[in-house]
Design a protein. Structure first.
Length: 80
């Protein structure tokens, strides 16, 4: 799947500033993000995707996502 265009659904950390009662704190949730890009690699620690890839194979704007935060990785099907 490396080099293919994918969507990665993953949990990201969230900060809720100020004071909160216990019930309010327990109601807070982590955000789920959908990130789209070209899969560079995935292993036990990191999933790497790039926003863009050149015709010579160079990547631009690389995003590192902790593997433990990944919910799913789906390959995108591009119709021509």
């Amino acid at each position: 799947m490396e080099g293919r265009k994918v969507v990665v659904k993953w949990y990201d950390a969230r900060l809720y500033p100020n004071m909160h009662k216990l019930d309010e704190a327990l109601a807070r949730k982590m955000d789920i993000f959908d990130s789209i890009g070209y899969l560079i690699s995935k292993d036990k620690i990191t999933v790497r995707i790039a926003h863009e890839i050149t015709d010579s194979g160079e990547y631009r704007d690389i995003l590192l996502i902790p593997s433990g935060s990944v919910i799913l990785i789906d390959e995108l099907v591009i119709k021509k």
